[in-house]
Write a protein that binds this ligand. Sequence first.
Ligand SMILES: *Cc1c(COP(=O)(O)O)cnc(C)c1O
Length: 435
Amino acid sequence: MEREAIVALDKARVWHPYTAMERYIAEGDPIVAASAEGPWITDLDGHRYFDANSAWWTANLGHRHPRLVAALVEQAASLTHVAYGDCVHEQAASLASELCAIAPEGLSRVFFTDDGSTAVEAAVKLCAQLHRQRGAARSRFVALSGAFHGETTGATSLGGIEAFTRPFDAVRFEVVRVPTPAEAASGAGWERAFGEVERAFSQHGGDIAAVVIEPIVQGAAGMLVHPPGYLRAVRDLTRRHGALLVADEVFTGLYRTGARWACDLAGVAPDLMCLSKSLSSGVLPFGAVLASDAVFEGFHGGRDRAFLYGHTYFGNPLGCAVARAALRVYRDEDIPARVARSAPIIAARFAEMARRDDVTAHRAIGMIGALDLGAEGYLSDEGRRVFDAARRRGVCLRPLGDTVYVTPPLNTSEADLRWLLDVVEESLDEALSRR
Ligand SMILES: *Cc1c(COP(=O)(O)O)cnc(C)c1O
């Protein structure tokens, strides 16, 4: 099919995510992807674009990693899906065991889901049911301002980015909202933000089911980074009050921050940990919730105490096979060492770019670099202008409102990474000189 025909069909029938469709239909000029390999997307006319956000933070090993593709093809030749429960299979059993072997201490059970939102949704329900079965139902969840935990209604209730949540206020459950501890947002140390969590517990103590948090990096908020001390303090506080700590590592999990889990940076083990994006590394939708022994044992007993919850594609063998291959690649290609080499390059360049007058803040951790252009937040057009300038240079640099950031594949070569950062700087030059 020709490019124009595809775009016409798309504009006639597809409703895009996160998109003002009327404007897109009138003036949108999308990249029509034909193939992708490593960090590169190739369009129908043969132009290459570096995928600076790794397909929305999923393709941590690059697009179509040959070992992941091989695992998918091999699995598809024998078993694509069975209903889990009456049937079990090697892929799910082995993946669960392999995940527990590398999980933060105490996480010893795996509940599979379809994606990140459903992992968070399952975690919320696990918390609610667990407290009820321990004898005292608890109705409140604590979540951060700027939080993003997905798009199902429960996950949206936890969400703290107004542009995403406001339209659904009528159907969201109430959450105890505490300020983000990220210095870029609060301008203060984390202790003050933690004081607000303490206040929430002294006010609602026995009714708080869990604190749900994106550990260390709040991705969708604009890559806001907070110090490990905050996470440790929240862990201690939740323990003291018999509340659970849910770590949403859908974005941070598997070395994005440099550590295997962002929780590791604080030496913290949560009660529940949500995984998705990097787990199947951009090959297909897949997710999981890891739970501690104590959480699991809270569901022992008869059917009336069981977790009567599940998704149709629970433990999908294709997803499991790809995730197992990904775990092997993270190990065999020594991804942590590669991130350790690349992280200082990203950090140094973002610090340099932050010297510009028009950059109001910046941060970097692991394979994440971000800077703010100080415009009106998520709905601003500023980042979009940088995107257009980068696209002309062969980089797909999707912004988060006025936050320009890179989250490239973790195995990006040093030469490609340096080139990418050059393009980010040139694109800022071009976009900002014209405002
Ligand atoms: C993307 C994301 C989700 C939602 O995952 P989906 O697969 O899009 O449903 C949840 N939590 C965090 C931290 C995320 O970044």
